[in-house]
Design a protein around this ligand. Structure first.
Ligand SMILES: C[S@@+](CC[C@H](N)C(=O)[O-])C[C@H]1O[C@@H](n2cnc3c(N)ncnc32)[C@H](O)[C@@H]1O
Length: 302
């Protein structure tokens, strides 16, 4: 096991014994590439921590704070059946425009990519499938880059002549991604995606865990359909039943997601559903347990 993951798991065993049990269970889902991917990741991430004069213990504290937020949101969600915030204005103020919150959230979310089984499975679905599109991707756009891990993988996989563009509404996310990426090929735009239009089309667009952050997910997919070149590909991920401090649009099940995908003029090239807990898909829907839905989409030809 990667030495840093090992350290993180040992600290969590002390700081949060109940969560530690879940992490041990999650390990059985990690495949043979896990250590190799974690090695590549920690090389980049430790540089970010050093740059910010922070330690892995700080990152662990951020991860546990993010989990505490999810627990609080889950209590309300199970009581009311709704997410606590419903408007973009609320979550912009509460999270994206609040550097202290965004900072621990992005560190926590980044670590979760190697600690939550459904996040790791999503990451490897992306990195395993993206190579199919290397020859057709001359321009790459990522919306809601957050911590920057997906962008970092895309930079490693795609052709060196590909252009890379990022749009994110949070200054903290843009700075976080810049530190992780450390690559001059990327153009960063601090903007709401609904206000972004440079009159260009993109061959590949990534939208990782953003759809549930907007009031009008169909409007967002229509916007991305417009930004995508005719033969382009959109990779997106979004969860069902996943309360969090910045989630405002509730998808109750995967079919609701597929419906808006079709309404926005897309067809599904490949898809996966990853469960956040070790339960069946039926139980997850019945008991409102989060499922992370991922898909590669193409435009429906008109
Ligand atoms: C949960 S993070 C996702 C990070 C990463 N893509 C992932 O999959 O883990 C959501 C990101 O989307 C950004 N975001 C939310 N609403 C946005 C909007 N309307 N326009 C641009 N970025 C937005 C947030 O600032 C944040 O960086």
């Amino acid at each position: 096991m990667n030495e840093h993951i090992n350290y993180i798991c040992k600290r969590i065993e002390v700081l949060s014994p109940i969560h530690s049990k879940k992490l041990k269970k999650n390990r059985t889902f990690f495949d043979e590439r896990y250590d190799e991917l974690a090695d590549v990741f920690f090389k980049k991430y430790l540089r970010v921590l050093q740059l910010e004069n922070k330690t892995l213990d700080y990152a662990i504290a951020c991860y546990l704070q993010m989990l505490a937020d999810v627990t609080n949101e889950t209590v309300e969600f199970l009581r009311t059946g709704k997410y606590t915030s419903t408007t973009f204005e609320e979550v912009n103020k509460r999270v994206y425009a609040s550097p202290g919150v965004m900072e621990y959230y992005m560190h926590g979310l980044l670590l979760s990519q190697f600690l939550f089984k459904h996040h790791y499975q999503t990451l490897t679905f992306f990195t395993d499938t993206l190579p199919q599109y290397v020859n057709t991707t001359k321009s790459y756009l990522e919306v809601g880059v957050g911590h920057g891990l997906y962008l970092s993988s895309a930079l490693d996989i795609l052709d060196s002549k590909t252009t890379f563009t990022v749009v994110d509404i949070s200054e903290t996310s843009i700075q976080f991604a810049k530190n992780l990426i450390n690559d001059t090929r990327v153009e960063y735009n601090l903007r709401d995606i609904f206000d972004f239009d440079k009159g260009e089309k993109y061959d590949f667009i990534t939208l990782g865990e953003v759809l549930e952050h907007v009031e009008d997910p169909l409007g967002l997919l229509l916007k991305l359909n417009d930004l995508l070149s005719d033969d382009g590909v959109l990779f997106f991920t979004t969860p069902t039943n996943a309360p969090a401090i910045d989630h405002i649009y509730l998808f109750n099940n995967v079919d609701e997601i597929r419906d808006i995908v079709r309404s926005a003029g897309f067809q599904i090239a490949s898809e996966r559903s990853f469960l956040s807990e070790d339960v069946s898909a039926e139980r997850a829907e019945k008991y409102k347990i989060a499922v992370l839905y991922d898909a590669f989409l193409k435009k429906i030809s008109r």
